[in-house]
Write a protein that binds this ligand. Structure first.
Ligand SMILES: Nc1ncnc2c1ncn2[C@@H]1O[C@H](COP(=O)(O)OP(=O)(O)OP(=O)(O)O)[C@@H](O)[C@H]1O
Ligand SMILES: [Mg+2]
Length: 360
């Protein structure tokens, strides 16, 4: 299967499940057409993955990941067979190049392949390659800007085979930052004036890393990854209270921990996280022509930690909100709203993938 950055589906296409295979869990989202609004969240699932099964985006234990996917599909009653997957950004090389604007489609393929070989540090036969024509080049009207994406074939095949082991048919292979962008674009469209002129930062605090992306008028103007993640907090709980990792994961969510937890563990973690984000914004200001951010959205599983959004707002002096991918969507009656509010920030990749069903 080729990498796909582009739309594969028409409105009449069969249902599609967005599948985010991540280090702490497998996350699934299925969207459909709403009665009042264009999109409706039909069902979703978050199923833990055995620790060590996915490490830094690499699949170490395919059977364990496939098991989690199978369980997740069964639990939430997913019937759709077709799935959209994403590669982590580390597994993909993307590059914008300029090509002549008057080529035939076949010629673009040939050109892209020959250009790509210059940027890719391994043999072209071992690579899945895709490209998308972005439009006329800004300073050179005879040329078009082309986005190319390349990944080692084995990275793509690892994920495809997990999807197949779980009985699904992978039809889209996206790239995580693009899936995040798709979800973010959907949400910023609801800002005043469709978000035009607003500098919006999305901060995704996951299991082992925090990913920051800043967008203005449909362009990503800054991207960075930092090392803070929720795993660190879980490890702190394990060390401090002598519980197992699984217990610590559970207690972190329920808050069922001794009084000392809030002051000695949670607060310092949240403060550190907010300080890292604040430093990243400072770096954004010094390394780009921009000097403000208008809105921060916190996403990823750790975003919902008590006090996190407030602390980020205070340290950065930027309005900060928890991110919900499902803004402006209908939600199926079977989904519990309180649970969804907790889970939603972690579902941004899966939602971006599920939205590929709606591309023109
Ligand atoms: N309700 C919750 N309260 C506190 N922490 C939570 C909650 N839900 C998830 N987390 C934490 O969020 C982290 C997982 O976040 P997320 O699902 O975004 O990461 P991931 O996608 O598995 O990892 P990555 O993208 O870094 O590979 C874990 O550390 C988990 O403990
Ligand atoms: Mg993730």
């Amino acid at each position: 299967m080729a990498l796909s950055l582009s739309a594969l589906f028409s409105k009449k296409a069969p249902p599609l499940v967005g599948v985010d295979l991540s280090s702490s869990s497998v996350k699934l989202v299925e969207l459909g057409q709403g009665e009042r609004l264009p999109m409706k969240l039909l069902r979703y699932a978050i199923e833990p993955v055995e620790r060590g099964a996915i490490v830094d985006g690499a699949i170490e234990k395919p059977e364990a990941v496939a098991d989690s996917l199978r369980t997740a599909l069964g639990k939430a009653g997913f019937k759709a067979k077709q799935v959209a997957l994403a590669l982590p950004s580390a597994a993909v090389i993307t590059k914008k190049i300029l090509l002549a604007g008057d080529l035939r489609d076949e010629d673009y393929e040939v050109q892209v392949e020959s250009e790509a070989s210059q940027y890719i540090p391994f043999p072209i036969e071992e690579v899945n390659l895709d490209f998308q024509i972005l439009g006329q080049a800004e300073n050179s009207p005879e040329e078009v800007e082309v986005l190319l994406a390349a990944s080692r074939r084995e990275k793509v095949e690892d994920r495809v085979s997990i999807a197949e082991m779980a009985g699904t048919e992978p039809v889209v292979m996206d790239v995580e930052p693009y899936a995040i962008r798709a979800t973010l674009d959907h949400v910023t469209a609801f800002l005043p004036n469709g978000g035009q002129g607003q500098i919006v930062a999305v901060v995704v605090i996951g299991q082992n890393a925090t990913y920051v992306s800043i967008v203005l008028n449909g362009q990503t103007i800054f991207e960075r990854e930092q090392s803070l993640g929720g795993n660190q907090l879980t490890q702190d709980i394990v060390r401090m209270y002598g519980v197992t990792y699984e217990e610590a994961e559970h207690k972190k969510r329920t808050g069922d921990l001794p009084d000392s937890y809030d002051e000695e563990i949670l607060r310092p973690f949240v403060q550190q996280g907010a300080m890292d984000i604040s430093r990243t914004l400072q770096f954004f200001f010094t390394s780009t022509p921009y000097s403000r951010v208008d809105q921060i959205y916190l996403a990823g599983g750790s975003a919902v930690l008590p006090g996190f959004a407030q602390e980020v707002a205070q340290q950065t002096q930027v309005p900060t909100e928890l991110f919900s991918p499902f803004q402006g969507m209908e939600v199926d009656d079977s989904i519990r709203e309180t649970q969804l509010r907790t889970d939603a920030p972690a579902l941004l990749v899966a939602t971006g993938l599920a939205m590929r069903r709606f591309d023109a």
